[in-house]
Write a protein that binds this ligand. Structure first.
Ligand code: HEC
Ligand SMILES: [Cu+2]
Length: 276
């Protein structure tokens, strides 16, 4: 029954949006379940090259890979064949009110491991992946904290979300891997009438008013990349690394809802009023 209901919903959606758009978003182009990527035993003995505080999901994340991959990134060379990059996602410790506890450096504190997500590059592995979502020769897998394949993981989404990073080996933070990322630098806040700051996984202001024809500029102050995606039509800005900005122009009056393409829980809106 549940399955039937989903089919109907999919059919309705495809009639409204046209077949192309929906096929990518709804169908599992890459099936869940075991694949070539085996659980990376001992991943945490590798190089811990970055950590991320996820304010949106209250997680603390660690990124691991091999010394050879870090060296290649530093030398500006392709990431070597066979490289595995692993993201260990932990629940952040929270206080009595459910707010993440911070350490002396203002960073999240890790609690329980909740998931181990890996990507591995191996010559020819990308050939099995549908061209629409292929990430070169990278393959993705999601594991439970016990190291079992997470059969429910939406693997298609892994490929879709990392695809915009094609110029950077499909990594969301190649600069961090090479140690070139200015992670301690602070980003000057811009606060013009059409500026939105992105900080702590939130848009400030969350609701902005502009006049038709005006540009809106977002500037990312977080260590993590963000990307503006308009809810209606799906128009996307470029991916912004720390300190980078993106500008979109709004010509028509209306209320524009948007979210982050990389962290869909981050939401904001622009109220565009007609010119007088
Ligand atoms: C909604 C977009 C999105 C989806 C879906 C997604 N990722 Fe990512 N991934 C990111 C972002 C953004 C980062 C940077 C760290 C962060 O913000 O947590 C990242 C980082 C990573 C990293 C560390 C290397 C890097 O690119 O920086 C790995 C490994 C990874 N993801 C694997 C996966 C796997 C496996 C899946 C599917 C089970 C997946 N990702 C699904 C957005 C996504
Ligand atoms: Cu984001």
């Amino acid at each position: 029954m549940a399955k039937y209901a989903r089919c109907v919903a999919l059919l309705v959606a495809s009639v409204i949006a046209g077949p192309g758009a929906v096929a990518v978003a709804q169908q599992a182009l890459v099936p869940s379940g075991p694949n070539k990527l085996q659980f990376p035993e001992g991943y945490d003995k590798g190089v811990l090259y970055a950590t991320v505080d996820r304010h949106d999901t209250k997680q603390y994340r660690e990124f691991y890979t091999s010394a050879a991959a870090v060296q290649a990134a530093k030398d500006g060379k392709p990431i070597p064949d066979g490289t595995i990059i692993t993201l260990a996602a932990y629940a952040a410790k929270v206080d009595a009110e459910g707010k993440p506890v911070k350490d002396a450096n203002g960073r999240f504190v890790k609690d329980k491991l909740v998931a181990v997500n890996s990507m591995q590059k191996q010559k020819g592995w990308g050939e099995d992946i549908p061209a629409a979502v292929r990430n070169g020769d990278w393959v993705y897998q999601s594991f439970t904290p016990e190291g079992k394949v997470n059969e429910k993981a939406n693997l298609t989404a892994c490929y879709q979300c990392h695809l915009p990073f094609a110029q950077e080996e499909y990594l969301t933070n190649l600069p961090k891997l090479s140690g070139k990322f200015p992670s301690t630098a602070t980003v000057a806040a811009r606060s013009g009438p059409s500026d939105v700051a992105i900080s702590g996984f939130a848009f400030g202001p969350g609701a902005l008013k502009v006049t038709a024809g005006q540009n809106v500029t977002w500037t990312n102050a977080d260590d993590t990349p963000h990307q503006i995606t308009l809810a209606d039509g799906g128009k996307r800005s470029g991916v912004m690394l720390k300190g980078q900005s993106a500008t979109l122009q709004f010509d028509q009056a209306g209320n524009i809802a948007y979210f982050c393409g990389l962290h869909p829980g981050m939401k904001g809106s622009i109220e565009v009023t007609a010119k007088h």
